[in-house]
Write a protein that binds this ligand. Sequence first.
Ligand SMILES: [Cu+2]
Length: 423
Amino acid sequence: MYHGHMDFDIVFIYGALIIRDNPSYWNALGVDYHCEMGYEHHFVLSEVYHYPLHQFLLDVTGKWVGKPPIKSYTINGLSYGKWDKNNGNATGYEIIKVVPGKTYRFRVINVAADSLLRWKIEGHRLRVIEMDGILAFPVWTNHLEINSGQRYSVLVTMDKTIDNYWIQSEKIGGPGPGGPDNGRAILSYVGASDPTRMQKLVFPNVTQSIKPTSWILPQLQPNRLLAQTEVYKLDPFKKSDRKIKVDTHMVFNDKGERVFLINGHAFKKPEKALLTQVRQGIDISKTDPLIFEVIQDEIVDIIFQNRVIEQGPCIQHPIHLHGHSFYIVAEGPDVVDTSKLDDIIHKNLLNRVVQFRDTFTMFPYQIKENTTSGAGCGWTVIRFLANNPGIWLSHCHITTHMLIKKLFVIYEYSHDNPRLYNE
Ligand SMILES: [Cu+2]
């Protein structure tokens, strides 16, 4: 996917960026991963607020008012029913025509500014084969749990009665009200009656949140046997050379603004672009405690600690690291005990599958009595190989969190090219 990254641009500037595999490669993969050429479609999930942008920014980054509710979910930019008072601008849902009996690869992309979504197709099973560009051992499911910034591919066989079926995005997880119920598209078998894009819906009941423990997608295991050898340069069992702790706590500052502190600091927007500074020979890691230096070819662990926010509960965060895929090597409730971490990671790697991707969900582990601001809300450790020198942002993919500084920088130093500059 691509999307705007400044302010709230993500709700206006986004789309699918699809890199297709070489068909000869697909033929070698076998039936579990196979769909015929051309039987593909993508679904970009987003959201609309129906609220003035300047006011939105002010409500979130100024004295805390809170973010307005999401009024519409869209699939491929389309939705129905809540675009304005008279519904005059509604374009109606997207209709995807499919050939009965064929197997399709559907790419599902969540570029929503905020929402963790469940995505499903009425009556159809999904075979998940890819997460964030990494091929996985296929897992069967009735729905995807897809967080902001995440991508999946699923194979779906059109083996049901010739008819029209709902495709649905709905909000899961997180505190507060559920999301809007108009995140729909229509799967229409060739030979079925023409569906109307604008039909009023009788919505099936929106089901309640799924507990993190019953989630399906943590089962997804990268399939290292397949030919993506370029991406698997790191054996997750190799111990890290460097550990970076990222301990976040959302508080109110003295102006009444909400702000995320990381290790007690709020990220300062640099006065000059960081890349420019590096090219001028400045060691940017000395300019801000939230610019973490790593050295090319190091194995790096980032330990993310989540905490109860001020005047609020534990919340989930979709965390993205630019420039790298990583293993999610450990996670747990409360506060991480770093003295035992290497052991925990090793046992974890022996006993369960670990995902390899570029955006993960930090689950909001909530210990009931722990509702004081700053109490532990769970932690996650990711492990990556520093094989891509540059200046890389890591941030929460909830845009309002990023706006209030849930972000930091990995400065990946290269001995061969210390100024990151090709003459
Ligand atoms: Cu967040």
